[in-house]
Design a protein around this ligand. Structure first.
Ligand code: NAP
Ligand code: GDD
Length: 332
């Protein structure tokens, strides 16, 4: 049985990847950091917690990484852990650098000294392109526009250095934005779909956002974790852009999301300067040609279906709170 260790198991992608690898017959270990409140709700939501083994692992602590790897003896490691919110990276730039940047080197060195044959996936990001010209591909020069993007770019380069310098099997997926019903509430898509549901229920009267003109290439997280796995199954390690090749503005996302429940976003969405960033990335549009032609991966979920899936999940959450919480309570 093949074994995989996923860091960041409590996050959106960690839950989807765990579900996918379990379906492929892997023994899955999920690395989590200790917190005062249990934080496994996404694993309950996808009903995968019972199928995986949880193991303490903090990217700030080299020893915890080394002991997790020694204990699991994985064939593959997926590094999904990060301080992943761009907005907060302006307030916590040093912590972001320690976790999302240096954390990658801590894992790579652990692999190098314990078992350099372990295959490694690094969660790189389209944020590394910043405001570079569209469409962005593997050949586009990077222009990171936030402490988060700068930290991720460091991790991206060091991953390539270890591939070339130590002949290790390391891949980076340069993933464009991907969302789902279990997306963190601070990200704009989830903030919108949750806001739509709250307005529909009569709990809120308006939704306050920042830059409505920013454009993103939004896909579905469930599709994107399959690309992560596919990269590690290829004969040679490499870096790949993972995207849909279609971009929409935050305004368009609002229009589509409010329309799902028969409302006009113009009556509810307002801007508030608190939600604008010191520097923003205005327009991300990925070119996924390389991963399509070399690995055969492509997205299965359309923008329209993604928005609908998220809105309906949030409406259901407020309409049937008991069903929702019982689903979690069953597993605690
Ligand atoms: P997420 O929901 O924010 O999850 C991040 C995970 O990292 C959480 O499990 C978090 O644990 C964990 N983490 C944070 N600090 C840690 C530390 N010091 N040690 C160990 N774990 C730590 O992010 P996501 O959307 O699943 O994204 C997964 C990865 O892909 C991230 O690296 C992100 O930067 C990258 N990425 C995401 C996207 C996207 O659109 N989603 C696009 C490109 C790249 P807690 O639950 O304890 O906070
Ligand atoms: N979060 C948030 N909240 N963003 C807003 C808001 C708001 O109220 N109003 C407008 N926006 C704009 C942001 O300024 C940004 O231009 C865009 O919406 C998307 O913001 P986020 O959803 O926070 O995502 P992100 O693109 O900054 O970062 C996400 O995608 C990256 C890949 O490109 C994160 O998942 C990163 O971890 C990931 O690397």
């Amino acid at each position: 049985m093949r074994k995989a260790l996923i860091t960041g198991i409590t996050g959106q992608d960690g839950a989807y990847l765990a579900k996918f690898l379990v379906s492929k017959g892997y023994k899955v270990y999920g690395g989590y950091r200790r917190s005062s409140t249990r934080n496994f709700w996404r694993l309950h939501y996808l009903d995968v917690k019972k199928d995986i083994e949880l193991i303490p692992l903090d990217l700030l602590d080299q020893t915890s990484i080394m002991s997790a790897i020694k204990y699991c003896e994985p064939d593959e490691i997926y590094n999904l852990a990060a301080q992943s919110f761009v907005g907060v990276s302006f307030d916590e730039a040093i912590a972001t650098g320690e976790i999302s940047g240096l954390g990658v080197t801590r894992i790579l060195d652990s692999i190098r000294f314990i078992n350099p044959k372990i295959k490694f996936y690094q969660a790189s990001t389209s944020e590394m392109f910043g405001n570079a010209p569209q469409p962005q591909s593997e050949k586009t020069p990077f222009e990171p526009a936030s402490p988060y993007a700068a930290a991720k770019l460091y991790g991206h380069w060091v991953n390539k250095n270890y591939r070339e310098g130590y002949n290790m099997f390391t891949c980076s997926g340069i993933l464009f934005n991907h969302e789902s019903p279990i997306r963190g509430i601070e990200f704009v898509t989830k903030k919108i779909t949750d806001g739509v549901a709250r307005i529909k229920m009569g709990y809120n009267k308006e939704l306050l956002l920042g830059n409505l003109e920013a454009k993103r290439d939004w896909g579905f997280a469930g599709d994107y974790v399959e690309a992560m796995w596919a990269m590690l199954q290829n004969d040679t390690p490499d870096d790949y852009v993972v995207a849909t090749g279609e971009s929409h503005s935050v305004r368009e996302f609002c229009e589509e999301a409010f329309a799902v429940v028969g409302l006009d976003y113009k009556n509810y969405v307002k801007t508030d300067k608190r939600f604008f960033r010191p520097v923003d990335v205005n327009y991300l549009l990925g070119d996924p040609t390389k991963i399509k032609t070399t690995i055969g991966w492509g997205p299965k979920t359309s923008f329209k279906d993604l928005v609908k899936m998220m809105v309906l999940a949030d409406v259901e959450k407020y309409e049937n709170p008991m069903t929702h919480s019982q689903q979690f309570l069953k597993h605690i």
